[in-house]
Design a binder for this molecule. Structure first.
Ligand code: GLN
Length: 497
């Protein structure tokens, strides 16, 4: 098998047996990036020198028999995560020259493990979107069919992992941004419980739902990564001191007979594509045949999740983006020499620096928070959010996990929704509720479908949703399903399945 097709566990073996070094592995990935990125367009910044130096250091540590599974493994990082001394743009023009002055906590944790960072990957600007079409720089392409989007906002993460440009990627999921691109590219996307991984060093979007998240090739890899970057951080008071489980050990248990799985009926609506419905239903049957108990459940407020999310998110976005004023970070109209006074610096920096989606969210959020409208919009949305959370609490009294489709459709064509923000928002229909409730969820491949407007088979994802901090049972079910189906063996390298 070629180096670019390895998963973390296989690379760990190869590195320890001295079949190849981390420098060789890293060069193979850099080479692949050079050969494919003109077409795929995952990377905003390629950090070749950093990667090769990190790989060299990793080889030294490996020769001293250090054990970490991530030691010397090449990855990509979404460009909303601060990486000291390296360009960090959030895919936005307003940060097009912003060099991070510090590392996010999760980056420090990965460095300790001996990460090899190949570069910073594209996303929708400030993570607002579901396709990377809102990136201020360029659109990333789906390696399964380059006329289609790789999903978003972590679309550079999904395109880089699925095209063999890196072994895993760290992105963020605020309202679906890791699960949806994972589904579109046939990958594992894990959004952990809110507070499981520190948000310190993320460029904030919606602080009450932002979650650093993991894009990987298989369940075991995702479990390995989570174990290394989860945990309490004194720099993020919303992190939890809940114990971080030894997920890898837990995955050895493949008995799912004790698991009771709820199927929320509100997720099987008429808008759901027939092929996806069929794929998820056959996955449910498979899981039942493997011993788990399946029951139908109801989450009655599901239909309010997208409207609620799209009130709360712009509100938080409008305040989080207030810090980009042309003075403190990034692009400043002051440097153009065409400003009259301070107000002019603010308005021209923001006016020219933000793209249309960021502006849309700033305006919607400022309106919904303004005096006279606050009660009608923001407060009302928070009340509905409480009902959505209660739905999950009630349902989880009777089940251990839930299973649902990740998206209503497979990856859509570039340009298909880009003129219609509402259509784009509806792509989040199965994702927003989980984010509002802060729950952990994984998207895992469960089949393929040929879109009506295309010739190529595109991957389908399904979502396993868990109780707060119960990532271990999500991994367990996902792992058993993965091992008993063929979907994990399919990749852009092996499409005949
Ligand atoms: N599609 C959602 C949005 O545009 C999700 C974004 C995210 O999770 N970062 O808000």
């Amino acid at each position: 098998m070629k180096l670019n097709e390895l998963n973390i566990a296989e690379a760990y073996e190869g590195l320890r047996k001295k079949e190849f070094s981390s420098v060789e592995l890293t060069k193979a990935y850099l080479d692949r990036i050079k050969k494919t990125d003109e077409k795929i367009k995952s990377f905003i910044t390629i950090t070749e020198d950093v990667a090769l130096e990190q790989a060299k250091q990793a080889d030294k540590r490996i020769s001293k028999n250090e054990e970490s599974e991530l030691l010397g493994i090449p990855c990509s990082i979404k460009d909303v995560i601060n990486t000291k001394g390296i360009l960090t743009t959030a895919a936005s023009n307003i940060l097009n020259n912003h060099i991070s002055s510090y590392d996010a906590t999760l980056i420090l944790m990965l460095k300790k493990q001996g990460m090899v960072m190949l570069g910073k990957v594209n996303c929708d600007a400030f993570a607002h979107g579901a396709s990377t079409e809102n990136s201020d720089f360029f659109i990333s392409h789906n390696p399964w069919d380059t006329e289609r989007v790789p999903g978003g906002s972590s679309g550079g993460s999904s395109s880089s992992v699925s095209s063999g440009q890196c072994m895993y990627s760290i992105g963020t999921d605020t309202g679906g941004s890791i699960r949806q691109p994972a589904a579109f590219c046939g990958l594992i996307g894990l959004k952990p419980t809110y507070g499981r991984i520190s948000r310190y060093g993320l460029i904030s979007m919606t602080s009450s739902t932002d979650c650093p998240s993991i894009m990987a090739k298989n369940v075991m890899d995702a479990a390995i990564i989570l174990e290394k970057i989860a945990g309490i951080d004194k720099k993020d008071s919303t992190t939890s001191n809940n114990k971080v489980d030894n997920y890898k050990e837990f995955l050895k248990d493949e008995n799912i007979k004790d698991l009771k799985i709820g199927i929320p009926k509100e997720y099987f609506i008429k808008e759901l594509n027939d092929d996806i419905k069929e794929a998820v239903q056959s996955a449910i049957k498979k899981i039942e045949s493997l011993g788990a108990k399946i029951v139908e459940i109801s989450l009655p407020h599901t239909k309010y999740a997208v409207p609620t999310y799209y009130i709360i998110t712009p509100c938080e976005v409008s305040s989080n983006l207030a810090r980009f004023d042309g003075i403190r970070y990034g692009f400043s109209a002051n440097e153009t020499g065409k400003v009259k006074n301070l107000l002019d610096v603010y308005t021209k920096s923001r006016g020219n620096g933000f793209g249309s989606e960021a502006k849309r969210r700033i305006m919607l959020g400022t309106y919904a928070l303004s005096s006279g409208y606050y009660d009608a919009y923001y407060l009302k949305a928070q009340k509905v959010r409480a009902l959505i959370i209660q739905d999950f609490k009630d349902a989880f009294e009777n089940v251990d996990l839930m299973l649902a489709p990740t998206t209503p459709n497979v990856a859509f064509k570039i340009g298909e929704h880009s003129d219609n923000p509402l259509e784009m928002y509806m792509e989040d229909i199965f994702l927003s509720a989980v984010s509002l409730a802060g729950l952990p969820a994984i998207s895992i491949p469960c089949g393929f479908a040929k879109p009506k407007d295309g010739e190529k088979n595109m991957p389908i994802g399904m979502q396993i949703i868990g109780k707060p901090f119960d990532e271990k049972n999500i991994f367990k079910l996902a792992n058993v399903y993965e091992k008993n189906t063929k979907w994990n063996k399919c990749s852009v390298f092996h499409t005949k399945c």
